[in-house]
Design a protein around this ligand. Structure first.
Ligand SMILES: CC(C)(COP(=O)(O)OP(=O)(O)OC[C@H]1O[C@@H](n2cnc3c(N)ncnc32)[C@H](O)[C@@H]1OP(=O)(O)O)[C@@H](O)C(=O)NCCC(=O)NCCS
Length: 181
């Protein structure tokens, strides 16, 4: 099992179906912190639904179309990252993230996303890494900026969550920009 250090006592590791009980407990703990922006917070509600969600990503990892990682702080699952889109043929992927309120403010997600971008642009030869967020989500916008991404546009009322049609910003980083930085 590999683990990438993010900060003192914090690491990024794969999060897999065998960890369903831990993920279900985490979902219960962080639901109110993340539900405004993270759809799975609404349907990962017990161990079977947690296993189903993790299995979807395990299947997508096997097919090379998506991946999921957890962020542990002092051995406690406190957040995670996903390649929500992963399309090697097109050279395009999209990173998504979440953190418990307690784990925020330490740069954990920015560092984790940098690891993911390094892997995507390096060994995986991706051309473009995307980030999509609600324009009202200031902490998420701040991560995209810290990653050096460019705001390319806003898809108006394109994202449906909890019955609300929301705008979605698209930020992206190109391989040439990553390599130059
Ligand atoms: C989006 C989200 C993960 C951002 O969390 P975050 O902790 O602000 O982001 P990071 O982990 O990158 O930390 C950045 C913060 O740590 C600080 N920081 C400390 N050390 C740092 C370091 N070494 N590197 C970068 N930032 C550092 C930054 O200044 C920043 O703090 P600030 O916002 O007070 O300026 C979090 O708000 C969240 O989970 N929201 C709900 C779910 C969500 O919206 N997900 C995204 C959907 S698009």
């Amino acid at each position: 099992m590999f683990a990438l250090p993010l900060a003192e006592n914090a690491e990024l590791r794969p999060l897999e179906p065998w960890q369903a009980a831990e993920f279900a407990a985490h979902a219960d703990r962080v639901r109110s912190d993340i539900a405004r922006y993270i759809p799975w917070a609404g349907f990962v509600v017990d161990e079977p639904s947690a296993r189903g969600f993790l299995q979807t990503y395990a299947d997508r990892a096997a097919a090379d179309t998506g991946r999921l990682y957890g962020i542990w702080v002092d051995g406690v699952l406190e957040g995670g990252t996903v390649f929500r889109v992963f399309d090697p043929a097109m050279g395009v992927c999209e990173i998504g993230v979440w953190l418990s309120s307690a784990a925020r403010g330490r740069g954990l997600v920015t560092t984790a996303a940098r690891h993911m971008a390094a892997w995507a642009f390096g060994p995986r030869g991706m051309h473009r890494v995307e980030w999509r967020c609600d324009p009202r989500n200031a902490p998420s916008v701040a991560v995209a900026k810290r990653l050096g991404m460019t705001l390319e546009g806003t898809l108006r009322e394109s994202f449906l969550l909890d019955g609300e049609r929301r705008d979605e910003q698209i930020w992206a980083l190109l391989a040439s920009e990553w390599n130059a930085a």
